[in-house]
Design a protein around this ligand. Structure first.
Ligand SMILES: [Zn+2]
Length: 618
């Protein structure tokens, strides 16, 4: 039987204050059985998309705790951001992943909505598969008017909330809760700052299309005269056809363009059953299950087409991207890349990789990592931020290497050799330390039950114990060092527009640097313990293993040296003088001890080897 897994993707109206975001995610993680998968804050939208999974019961509890915490820490009367929103927890969908039906997810939405309304006094609207009536299925329809129009909306009997009081909760606003299919939030980045250019392409792509206009010959559609329905003349918005009746035009649209024009009008808030003369004509977009708008992102200094794909099996992201590239080229624009906000299901990325391999005339039956890498390169997914498969892809096959330490020696050395700054010296120093400790453990374990002296045997047992412990720590540090570096890089990407943003960015960068210092310092300390164990085995192990112990000591020394060097390079940028002085002092004394020990090991081993050679001569 499938494991029962529900995904929950709440959006919170806070994208700048990391401490507040952490309070909310801490409330989620405090629930047993829940795994936090992704936290994606946006400074410009001032909004954070959180993704977590678990069994249905745990996910329902996690969602409620998060909504309760958001209501405490977010004040909607102070909120501004470049994304439509109406509440502190703006929207909270439950998504069936495995072993759970859509109806079960709708039931979870109703249960959580009821509790939020009763216990937190927040108005709740149910949407999509959990909607209480057809006109509430659509999120945009519920959110129309946003937070600022909410008080008035709640006075309208048609917009009585499904749960909770029919009056505004000023700090928390209102929350939309529901059940839906997996949604891919996908942004296509353009080589312009002009939001209008992105919007023009977005309107061509999205299902609801745009107001139809007379042809002008310009690629910029918005320049044409707006078309309206006239008595006896019902233009098709997608070609030159004009029907004598609406029914005739509807038949044309179905037959020639394969869309339902009545549904298109409904998507644009026009009732097709009412008289249509004088009504604007709409032009259908290219893709169903596709919502899109244009926006400008100050963080990237770029305009983006911001896309929501509500059924990637029907409308996959790579097909939308290819159409966006074509439309951009017509307009003299360039798509520089694209980004996945939150997560993408593994099959969506795999199909994209296969599509591009086939387009290149290559076999698409190649190892999965190669297929996924092709998708990342072809879609430009690492254009504005690194794309980490382990963090971005949901349902990655288990055997896929998720961390450096799962790689083979060959893969790891290849990875180090590539022109990316991480993994670098820090990870290699940790690995060196781990190998040094491993050799010490090997010699200790080989000889601890064979040496004559009981004291020596007990020293070897202790050396094996310590060497095993630090070896495991150092193996973890291979990945930690790379991750510590990533934390600093993330802080560097924070906005630096206003003085307050600059100060916040600087503080995060300083925190990132201190973290980037602590990891290699721990590496150096652990490697030193490994080296001490190596010294023990050099003295007490059998002479036939003396060079194993010596290599262990030298490799561990490389780990210590490397760790200290990595501390020092990051210290130069840290402003906190006390921290810098303390770390320098600690590193100096550790290095002094390590040098002395290295000298001892070398002298001892060389002397023993010389004795052996001399002994043979005699
Ligand atoms: Zn037509």
């Amino acid at each position: 039987m499938d494991q029962r897994v529900v995904e929950c993707v709440p959006n919170f109206s806070e994208g700048r204050d990391k401490a507040k975001i952490k309070q909310i995610t801490d409330a989620i993680e405090a629930v047993a059985g829940v795994t936090l998968l992704d936290v994606d804050p946006g400074a410009d939208t001032n909004r954070t998309v959180v993704t977590f999974v678990g069994d249905p019961h745990a996910v329902a509890e996690g969602a409620f705790q998060a909504i309760a915490k958001a209501a405490q820490v977010i004040d909607m009367t102070q909120h501004h951001g470049a994304h439509p929103r109406m509440g502190a927890t703006d929207v909270c969908p439950f998504v069936p992943i495995s072993g759970v039906t859509m109806e079960e997810c709708a039931a979870i939405a109703r249960r959580v909505g009821d509790r939020v309304g009763r216990e937190l006094a927040i108005p709740v609207y149910l949407y999509e598969a959990a909607a209480s009536r057809p006109e509430r299925r659509n999120l945009a329809a519920i959110r129309k008017g946003e937070y600022e129009g909410l008080a008035e909306k709640l006075r309208d009997a048609d917009w009585k909330p499904d749960f909770g009081p029919a009056r505004i909760n000023p700090r928390a606003g209102a929350t939309v809760i529901g059940a839906r299919e997996f949604l891919i939030a996908y942004n296509v980045t353009l080589n312009t700052r002009d939001k209008a250019l992105a919007t023009d392409i977005a309107f061509e792509l999205r299902e609801r299309g745009r107001v139809a206009r007379a042809a002008t010959g310009s690629a910029y559609y918005a320049k044409g005269r707006i078309l309206t329905y006239q008595d006896g003349a019902y233009p098709c918005g997608n070609c030159e056809f004009v029907g004598r009746t609406f029914a005739e035009t509807a038949a044309h649209c179905r037959g020639v363009h394969a869309y339902d024009v009545a549904e298109l009008l409904r998507l644009n808030d026009v009732d097709p059953t009412k008289p249509l003369v004088g009504q604007k004509v709409y032009r259908a977009g290219k893709f169903s299950h596709c919502k899109a708008i244009g926006w400008y992102v100050d963080e990237y200094k770029r305009a983006q087409i911001s896309i929501n794909l509500t059924n990637y099996k029907v409308t996959p992201p790579h097909m939308v991207l290819e159409e966006a590239r074509r439309l951009a080229a017509e307009r003299g624009l360039v798509v520089t890349g694209s980004e996945v906000v939150g997560l993408i299901p593994y099959p969506a990325l795999r199909e994209a990789g296969r599509y591009y391999l086939q387009a290149q005339g290559k076999s698409s039956f190649v190892p999965i990592p190669d297929i996924l890498q092709t998708a990342i390169f072809s879609m430009g997914l690492a254009d504005i931020a690194p794309f980490d498969l382990a963090k971005k892809v949901l349902g990655l096959p288990h055997e896929f290497p998720k961390s450096l330490v799962r790689m083979m020696v060959r893969e790891f050395t290849d990875e180090v050799s590539r022109d990316t700054p991480a993994p670098g010296g820090g990870s290699v120093a940790a690995l060196a330390g781990a190998l040094g400790a491993a050799l010490a453990s090997m010699v200790a374990n080989l000889w601890q039950d064979k040496v004559e002296s009981a004291a020596a045997a007990s020293e070897l047992v202790e050396a094996a114990k310590i060497a095993q412990k630090v070896k495991d720590e150092l193996v973890l540090a291979v990945d930690e060092d790379t991750n510590a570096f990533n934390t600093y890089m993330e802080a560097r990407r924070l906005p630096a527009g206003t003085a307050a943003e600059k100060a916040a960015r600087e503080q995060q960068m300083q925190e990132g640097l201190k973290a980037a210092v602590r990891v290699p310092y721990q590496t150096a300390l652990a490697a030193y313990q490994g080296m001490q164990a190596a010294w023990t085995v050099v003295r007490h192990g059998n002479v036939s293993s003396i060079t194993d112990g010596a290599v262990g000591a030298q490799t561990a020394y490389a780990g210590i040296r490397g760790g200290i060097w990595n501390v020092l390079i990051n210290l130069k940028d840290i402003a906190d003088r006390n921290f810098v002085d303390e770390m320098r002092h600690k590193c100096d004394s550790l290095l002094q001890e390590a040098r002395t020990l290295s000298e001892q090991v070398t002298t001892h081993v060389d002397a023993r080897l010389a004795e052996l050679i001399e002994g043979k001569k005699c």
